[in-house]
Design a protein around this ligand. Structure first.
Ligand code: SAM
Length: 330
């Protein structure tokens, strides 16, 4: 595996790519999407072959870690074939973020296809609240999905919970017990101002990681670990459990200095930062140069110069980024 050829102006090495495989989703989570969404027409999105081509070229440039996301990656037809293709590229880490709803049917094939890890979103253990947050989701389907992933042999399953005041903050102790019982890591995420939503006031709903930790500390000791995924999560442990409790705190903890990642949207836009609008159009390059990958690789290398030093999110919930998370590839 070559060292990454992708370095930005601030000396950060980029060796992690998050590929969004669809903007569509079977859920409409209140913090992620508007209730009525218009999704992209087929001709505007990368084909599975084009996504694999992007992945292969990033790997050639030294990428060691790829995560498939969306939208909901498991609603994209042919996703298992794409997983097989990328699973054979020799990655050190190959992961997916999913809402879990399709895992009962697909977990086995994903594991056999070479996927290493799963992050599964789970915001509530109460069926009615779960339905209210996801607008369309059925909790039992996701819980079955988590079991299916465990049965399929996935070892590193992590739960992701976006915490909102008055919505699911009182469920934090229950979610911790759920994770402890099943030996699953869990990460609590502060809501980010991505896309204009009217369903709730992001500023009022913001539950900071510090607040989440103080709720957990009523029940368990929490110790900060030095574990570093190279990403935004800070990890804590409880003395009587092997699981890790992560916190993604874009409002209170700036994690840009060690940022090692870029994203490619399903429209083929290479995004250099979650919290900035800079992007480069890879779809055009892919389609103008179907035979040779040289221009694609040069475009990716040159794009690193656009990676901004940091993002700025305000805690008032003001929208600074017009893209919804389903477009960004969360
Ligand atoms: N459909 C998959 C899922 O549900 O995990 C993958 C895509 S989703 C956009 C990826 C992650 O982004 C989820 O954990 C979701 O909770 C999180 N997310 C979406 N919008 C967010 C926001 N505005 N702030 C913080 N996290 C958000």
């Amino acid at each position: 595996m070559p060292n990454s050829e992708l370095t930005d102006r601030f000396g950060r090495t980029v060796n992690y790519v998050r590929l969004s495989v669809t903007d569509r989703c079977d859920f409409r989570c209140v913090y992620c999407m508007a209730e009525e969404m218009t999704f992209l027409p087929r001709e505007k999105i990368l084909s599975l072959e084009e996504i694999a081509r992007v992945a292969r070229n990033f790997v050639t440039l030294g990428t060691q870690k790829i995560r498939l996301t969306g939208g909901e990656p498991l609603v994209r037809r042919g996703i298992v074939d794409l997983v097989r293709e990328i699973g054979s590229m020799g990655l050190r880490d190959f992961a997916m973020t999913t809402n879990g709803s399709q895992l009962p049917a697909l977990a086995d094939d994903l594991r056999k296809g070479g996927l290493h890890r799963l992050n599964i979103s789970l915001d509530s253990l109460d069926p009615a609240k779960f339905h209210a947050i996801t607008r369309t989701g059925k909790l039992s389907q996701v819980l079955d999905g988590i079991e299916a992933a465990r049965d399929a042999g996935f070892r590193n399953i992590k739960l992701n919970t976006v915490v909102m005041k008055g919505r699911n903050d009182e469920e934090i102790p229950e979610l911790i017990e759920f994770a402890r019982t099943r030996q699953l890591d869990i990460t609590f995420i502060e809501e980010m101002p991505l896309g204009q939503i009217s369903e709730h006031d992001r500023g009022l709903a913001l539950c900071t990681s510090e607040e989440v930790r103080s709720i957990i500390r009523r029940h368990h000791e929490l110790e900060l670990t030095g574990d570093d995924s190279g990403g935004p999560s800070r990890y804590y442990r409880m003395p009587d459990s092997a699981i890790r409790v992560g916190f993604i705190s874009p409002h209170s903890h700036n994690f840009c200095a060690t940022c090692n990642r870029v994203r490619v949207t399903v429209e083929g836009r290479l995004l250099l930062c979650l919290g900035n609008e800079h992007s480069v159009d890879l779809l055009r390059v892919l389609r103008e140069h179907p035979e040779s990958d040289e221009t694609l690789r040069q475009t990716i290398i040159a794009a690193m110069d656009l990676k901004p030093e940091r993002h700025h999110f305000s805690s008032e919930g003001d929208v600074e980024i017009l893209r919804f998370m389903n477009m960004t590839g969360g």
